[in-house]
Design a protein around this ligand. Structure first.
Ligand code: ADP
Ligand code: MG
Length: 776
């Protein structure tokens, strides 16, 4: 140990010398002067002193003031200067993958290094770090995974948890663990970083930990609401010829109920103002606006207006998701004015983008070129683009919500909070006075909730529950009571029930062998189970593909005006399987083939597939394969054919699907010439119009498993697969003998199967053998 001590000393000296040398170099002068202008710089010594004197510190500051890029760096520089460089190990968590990469890359260049040297990042299954890494940016999920192996965070000297104001589930979970850990790790320093929202809440949670506020500076930002925007742009929303199913259905419903459409629209936002005060134009657009999608025509009109009437400066548009971003991108590229690539630079920015073209987003374009960034709420606080002068805010963001009673999880656009609206507006005033165009009326703004509801209060909790179990944090219920805002006990109960139903927890709420494997797979437990079953039952390739698509997104695009052709293309992949999942699988296999023969583009175009999504699914398959190999379910040295004996046997693939998707089961009941669909939780449901099963009147097999229920105009099941009772009996959840003794019940008696005692016995034996396979 004496030897390591002297090595460490030498290393610390070397680090310090290098830091001094680089900082004195000419090439870094510009970077240093940029850093010194940031508001965080003025607080450097106060911050470092507070870190030294307190175990926990809360730092708040206007977005863009330098929290994420500067504060961890200050700590690093200080440690290196004090010759503790070899000993320090700073970790900073980020809620999103893109920001972890973006920030780590930025800091490396601020220090004149390559990424992966002193500064590194690690996100799920991807990392750039080395033995020299002293400051690591990781997603919060990665840190939680690390806690399984290293519950005391041994070796971590400073932990910074970023963006805590967003109240993400992982961050809320992490801080419960940290609060318990701190007394056992008196040398660990914890720094919580937040936008200027509600910092007191966190300070209180940590026994009134001191807070530091970094005052920021932004120029004033003028704001316009929908009324003004409509007048300026002379845009009128065609509310009746809308391209979009949700709106028209809703309108039909409104006619039925003879309610004032606007009254109905505002029902979910709780306003008690008289909408009749609004002009017809505004009322019409409000009505269109009340659908789930944004009127991209209005967004386009606002962009055009700015380009024609306002001075120079980048435009930042907030949309809800990738679909809208790509649709608007296409629209703008075809636009007479903005489509000119000589004059306009249009860039998408989205949380799950494969590689953000970092430089383009941050760089200033030449003076005769205007930058237009189409972003999701990632640009609200995680990523700051300095030269934005105009913000166009649609007022919505995709938000998960969880209806614990109906066990229904949705990811739908909903109105943002006042706090978010304020953040979005502020993005326009970084370099000069700006303008914010809000595409919703002031009335909506006034009715927005102050803050967004914490994620832990509005999402299914099964992955979290597995985490709590694998970290041995006691019973789920009592652990979650310690949260900043404890979730609904019913949601906790549902999650535990689900984990029992899929066999991840036993009746005492302890991890089963399956549960222990699932803890090592950082994915939704259902998807994890599908992967495990796929590898055990020689259907690895289909399981990887379908799991990747479920974990990421569906590669089928939904063109608005060519829906029938798109449906036909999807149908031809599905054949007579009555399965969206098989369609997806075949489409992926076809794409692989087309790619090999250099025909990728045409294939995707002909079949309404997104090449970007397919490529990502392909990447994720590799990542999942590595995961399975890490936990010992796949031995990669055995080659690609070793786990695929049944991969072309569609009945087997459907059985694996059943294993993964259970208990998402629908009973198909014949009603005359048609079939009606029922689920245990909500009763009757419909098949989503985009499904290959949407037009099927009679199904060959009695059950359907599905990946997701969504609630829009009614409750729909998205991607679905028709399956047999055998698949359910062998691969579904717990079996209980019928009370009468004749047959088997599943799903707490919702499903009945009549079978003789000897058949029941046989099925139980087969199930027992399956359990043994998992118990390794
Ligand atoms: P905060 O975390 O307080 O919101 P940041 O530390 O992210 O602020 O950003 C501070 C400044 O650094 C901002 O002005 C931002 O524009 C700039 N910046 C951050 N990342 C990059 C990058 N990758 N390239 C160029 N500038 C960046
Ligand atoms: Mg930040």
């Amino acid at each position: 140990s004496e030897q390591t001590d002297s090595l460490k000393e030498k290393l610390s000296v070397a680090l310090k010398e290098r830091q001094e040398l680089v900082q004195a170099s000419d090439s870094l002068k510009e970077m240093i002067s940029f850093r010194e202008k940031l508001p965080a710089f003025k607080m450097k010594s106060e911050f470092l002193k507070a870190v030294q004197e307190n175990q926990v510190l809360v730092v708040s500051g206007e977005t863009g003031c330098g929290k994420t890029t500067q504060l961890p760096q200050f700590i690093l520089e200080e440690e290196i200067s004090c010759l503790r460089g070899a000993d320090c190990n700073i970790i900073c968590t980020q809620p999103r993958r893109v920001s972890a990469i973006s920030v780590a890359t930025r800091i490396s260049s601020e220090r004149g290094e390559s990424i992966g040297e002193t500064i590194g990042y690690q996100i799920r299954l991807e990392s750039k770090r080395s033995a020299d890494t002293r400051l690591l940016f990781c997603t919060t999920g990665v840190l939680l995974q690390q806690l399984v192996q290293d519950p005391e965070l041994k070796g971590v000297s400073h932990l910074l948890v970023d963006e805590i104001h967003e109240r993400g589930m992982n961050e809320d979970f992490l801080i419960i663990i940290l609060r318990d850990l701190l007394p056992r790790r008196p040398d660990l320093r914890l720094i919580l970083m937040s936008a200027t929202i509600n910092a007191d809440l966190f300070s209180k949670y940590f026994a009134n930990a001191p807070t530091i506020h970094i005052p920021g500076f932004t120029y004033p930002v003028a704001e316009y609401f929908l009324e003004d925007v409509l007048e300026k742009t002379r845009y009128s929303i065609k509310s009746d010829s809308d391209n979009y199913e949700g709106n028209s259905k809703r309108r039909r419903k409104q006619q039925d109920s003879k309610k004032d459409p606007l009254t109905e629209m505002f029902e979910d936002i709780d306003v008690d103002t008289n909408y009749k005060n609004y002009s017809l134009g505004v009322r019409k657009s409000l009505e269109a606006w009340s659908g789930l999608q944004i009127d991209l025509g209005l967004v386009e009109a606002a962009i055009e207006y700015i380009c024609q009437n306002e001075g120079s400066g980048a435009i930042l548009v907030f949309l809800t998701g990738w679909d809208e971003i790509s649709k608007l991108l296409d629209k703008l590229k075809a636009n007479n004015l903005v489509g000119d690539p000589q004059k306009f630079l249009i860039l998408p920015l989205h949380g799950s983008m494969p590689t953000v073209n970092q430089c383009e987003i941050f760089d200033r374009p030449p003076p005769n070129k205007r930058k237009i960034v189409l972003a999701t709420n990632i640009a609200e606080s995680s990523i700051t683009i300095d030269d934005v002068v105009y913000v166009i805010d649609c007022g919505k963001a995709k938000e998960t919500s969880y209806d614990a009673l109906n066990k229904l999880a949705c990811l739908l656009p909903s109105w943002i909070s006042k706090a978010s609206a304020h953040q979005r507006r502020g993005r326009a005033g970084r370099v000069q006075p700006g303008v914010c165009y809000r595409l919703y009326p002031k009335l909506i703004h006034d009715a927005m909730p102050q803050y967004q509801l914490a994620e832990i209060l509005r999402t299914p909790l099964q992955e979290l529950c597995l985490h709590i179990k694998s970290l041995q944090l006691g019973t789920v219920g009592s652990f979650l009571e310690k949260a900043l805002q404890p979730p609904d006990p019913l949601a906790v109960k549902n999650a535990i029930e689900l984990l029992k139903t899929i066999g991840a927890l036993d009746e005492h709420e302890e991890l089963t062998p399956l549960g222990r494997h699932l803890c090592n797979i950082p994915l939704d437990p259902n998807i994890g189970k599908m992967l495990l079953m796929g590898s055990i039952f020689q259907c690895l390739n289909p399981a990887l593909t379908i799991a990747a698509a479920l974990a990421y997104r569906n590669p089928f695009v939904l063109p608005i005006n060519r829906k029938e052709e798109a449906d036909a293309a999807k149908q031809s992949f599905a054949g007579d399987s009555c399965s969206d999942h098989i369609a997806l699988l075949k489409a992926f296999e076809g794409w692989k083939e087309a790619k090999r023969s250099g025909n990728e583009k045409q294939f995707c175009w002909d079949n309404f597939l997104s090449p970007v999504t397919l490529r990502l699914i392909d990447d994720m398959r590799m990542q999942f394969l590595n995961l399975l190999s890490d936990i010992g379910f796949v031995d990669k040295s055995r080659g690609p054919n070793a786990y695929n004996q049944y991969s072309h046997d569609l009945e087997m693939v459907c059985a694996i699907l059943c294993a993964g998707l259970y208990p998402n089961v629908v009973q198909c009941k014949r009603r005359g010439k048609r079939t009606a669909f029922y689920t245990k939780e909500v009763g009757k449901v419909d098949i989503h119009p985009a499904s290959v099963n949407a037009g099927v009147h009679l199904f060959p097999l009695p059950y359907i498993v599905y990946s997701e229920k969504v609630k829009t105009t009614s409750i729909y099941i998205r991607d679905s697969t028709n399956i047999s009772d055998y698949a359910l009996l062998l691969f579904g959840g717990n079996l209980v003998p019928n009370k009468s003794g004749e047959g088997i019940d599943m799903l707490g008696g919702y499903l009945h199967f009549s079978a003789s005692k000897s058949v029941i016995e046989l099925i139980r034996k087969l199930r027992g053998e399956l359990d043994k396979l998992l118990n390794r």
